[in-house]
Write a protein that binds this ligand. Structure first.
Ligand code: TXA
Ligand code: MG
Length: 349
């Protein structure tokens, strides 16, 4: 398939939304920027269009898609909208929050992967909003990565994963949040936080103190029925096996240095993922150091996370040793992604 690629940073093309709208209306696929990560979009109400998303990503058929809206009237798509769900929307939309509600018949089962609920998000990114308006109704969009890889946060990574597999890719710089949206399920009571994100659990509790969160501690086995459908699949994973080290800074450094020596003895190429403040510790160690950004700004770490993980694939390292964080606020979301990338292999030193 010939993929039309438009990078808006290289000069605004007036007719981009016109032609992207046409592609979407005719049942095609368009990758596009959002404030969280890039999404791979298709007409959420067109079953055959939605199927193309699953094909392009190699996504398991039973993993539901979320739909992106630009309008406040959700009545065509959702029923039984609890009062507190409304308050969440008023507080955090447009923005990086997905709310799961009981769906109407209008949303095809192909989109919800057979579930009677649907995840809905109103993005704040202007390109995403213009695209939804160009289609005239919701766009279904998972993250624009090949299934299992880290989500793409810029145009180049979208092209890397999807060139030749989708009709169009629109680029507009790097995603400002860098982690996928927070997901809260209001199709059940009490409401449940399914995926932590930039909007933190603490933020949610300020609006609705009944939201519960049970953190996934280990990999969910394939045969189990997962509470969040996406939980059971390998996620955000760089190609090399990864271990997270957490604890007192000095101990973490020592343990990572020890492991580096060990690995190098076995002829392995070692990647280290850590805040920039730690770079000098690993100087001259013959490793690939990828900076997470400064530990003084966890929003920056969030923004750099997926791009950082992909750099280890570029460098073809054999193992990745990553520093970890305590889990509160946005670092809960950072650790959620890191742990999945490491298949929950974490060493507390
Ligand atoms: O920020 C985001 O949410 C990005 C951008 C593109 O909007 N999208 C995204 O989509 O991350 P995706 O498909 O990569 O992640 C959505 C997650 C999946 O794990 C899916 O299983 C879960 O949401 N999900 C979708 N609909 C659901 C539903 N009805 N019930 C429970 N989980 C659902
Ligand atoms: Mg995804």
């Amino acid at each position: 398939m010939d993929t039309k690629k438009v990078n808006l940073r290289k000069g605004l093309e007036e007719d981009v939304f016109l032609s992207a709208g046409k592609v979407l209306r005719s049942g095609g696929t368009v990758a596009f920027p959002t404030e969280t990560v890039y999404g791979l979009g298709a007409d959420a109400l067109n079953p055959s269009a939605v199927k193309k998303i699953f094909e392009a990503k190699g996504r398991p058929q039973d993993n539901p898609l979320i739909i992106h809206v630009a309008d406040w009237d959700l009545s065509p798509y959702a029923k039984e909208i609890p009062e507190k769900a409304r308050e969440m929307m008023n507080e955090f939309w447009p923005g990086p929050l997905t709310i799961i509600l009981k769906k109407t018949e209008v949303v095809p089962l192909e989109t919800s992967a057979g579930l009677d609920s649907v995840g809905i998000r109103m993005p704040s990114n202007e390109v995403a909003r213009a695209l939804i308006r160009a289609l005239g109704h919701p766009i279904a969009a998972p993250s624009a990565n090949i299934s299992g890889r880290p989500s793409p946060t810029n145009f180049e990574r979208c092209v890397e994963d999807l060139d030749g597999k989708v009709d169009m890719i629109i680029g507009d710089g790097s995603s400002i949040v860098g982690l996928e949206s927070t997901i809260v399920d209001y199709s059940v009571f009490p409401p449940r936080l399914l995926r932590p994100g930039y909007i933190t659990y603490e933020d949610l509790l300020r609006v609705d103190e009944e939201v519960v969160y049970e953190e996934a501690k280990t990999k969910v086995e394939e045969e189990e029925v997962p509470k969040a459908p996406g939980m059971k699949y390998r996620h955000y994973a760089p190609k090399a096996p990864m271990t997270i080290f957490r604890g007192e800074t000095q101990k973490v450094e020592n343990e990572i240095l020890r492991q580096i020596e060990e690995m190098i003895k076995f002829g392995k190429t070692v990647g280290v993922f850590a805040p920039i403040e730690r770079k000098s510790v690993y100087n001259g160690k013959n490793i690939i150091f990828v900076s997470m950004g400064t530990q003084k700004d966890l929003d920056e770490v969030a923004r750099n996370l997926f791009e950082g993980l992909r750099r280890f694939d570029d460098a073809q390292v054999d193992v990745i040793l990553s520093e970890g964080f305590q889990e509160t606020g946005v670092s809960r979301a950072i650790m959620n992604r890191l742990k999945k990338a490491a298949s929950f292999h974490i060493i507390e030193v």
